[in-house]
Write a protein that binds this ligand. Sequence first.
Ligand code: ZN
Length: 291
Amino acid sequence: MNTIQIIVQKSGSNIENILSIDVEDWYCDLNHGTWKFLEDRIVQNTEHILKILKRKNIGATFFVLGYFADKHPELIKEIVENNHEIGSHGYNHVAITQQTPNQFKEDVVRSFVVLEKITGEKVWGYRAPFFTLVENTAWAIDVLKSLGLRYDSSIFPFKIYKYGVPDAPLFPYHISSKNIKKNSPNEKFLEIPLSVYQIPIIRKNIPIAGGFYLRFFPSQFISYGIRQINKTRNPAILYTHPWEFDPNHPRINSIVWYNYYRLSSTEKKFEKLLSKFKFTSIRNWLENEER
Ligand SMILES: [Zn+2]
């Protein structure tokens, strides 16, 4: 056994987990009309994440908001040059629950057009703003399929006021709009759900996928959850945002408190996870699965 194998065994798993970054600025949960009055910090914060990933030699999926691709095309090029995958986070950061199917289609197509123009490549995947792919918006799956996408990564198997499908499958599965809560083996389209740790016996799900939960829970707990997922030979699916690496971004009362909670802990905890576990983009993970 060589040194590399020993290191992999010590870290608990050789499973490749999935890392995703939702590329939006600190004010994107606010009404769109206010955005132009607020300080833009997305370039510096995204570049900061790119530097960390480069140092760790880790690839990720960047779900980019079309609005920022139009505003900062050079930033999207930089992400691609660093060999990361570009997915879509929609154009204007409107929850699917607040859109009709036609409005949704218009918003996502607008994002694909700008992203594909910059990258020269077809977008494979989508992540809904506020994880709002829920039972009422299951029709969105058919829209994404009709536009040639291969996967969605928006379902959170945990109930919180704006989002969540608490009894959805916990690991990547084939999804159909007829029933988003079960694996449909005949469907090609995939769902890559955000990770939760399920407490055995009582089967209660606790989110460990990143974002606020990464800042809230001790990193030992997040690592424990990832190890439990990896024991089932499945990847953990994590997410973060560029603004979570920026404790000094402006404070505004209309932004919910948890967006500011322990921002100074993000980077340290993030780096810890990247050192302990293997991560890759969704596209790489899918290509490895298909091999
Ligand atoms: Zn978002």
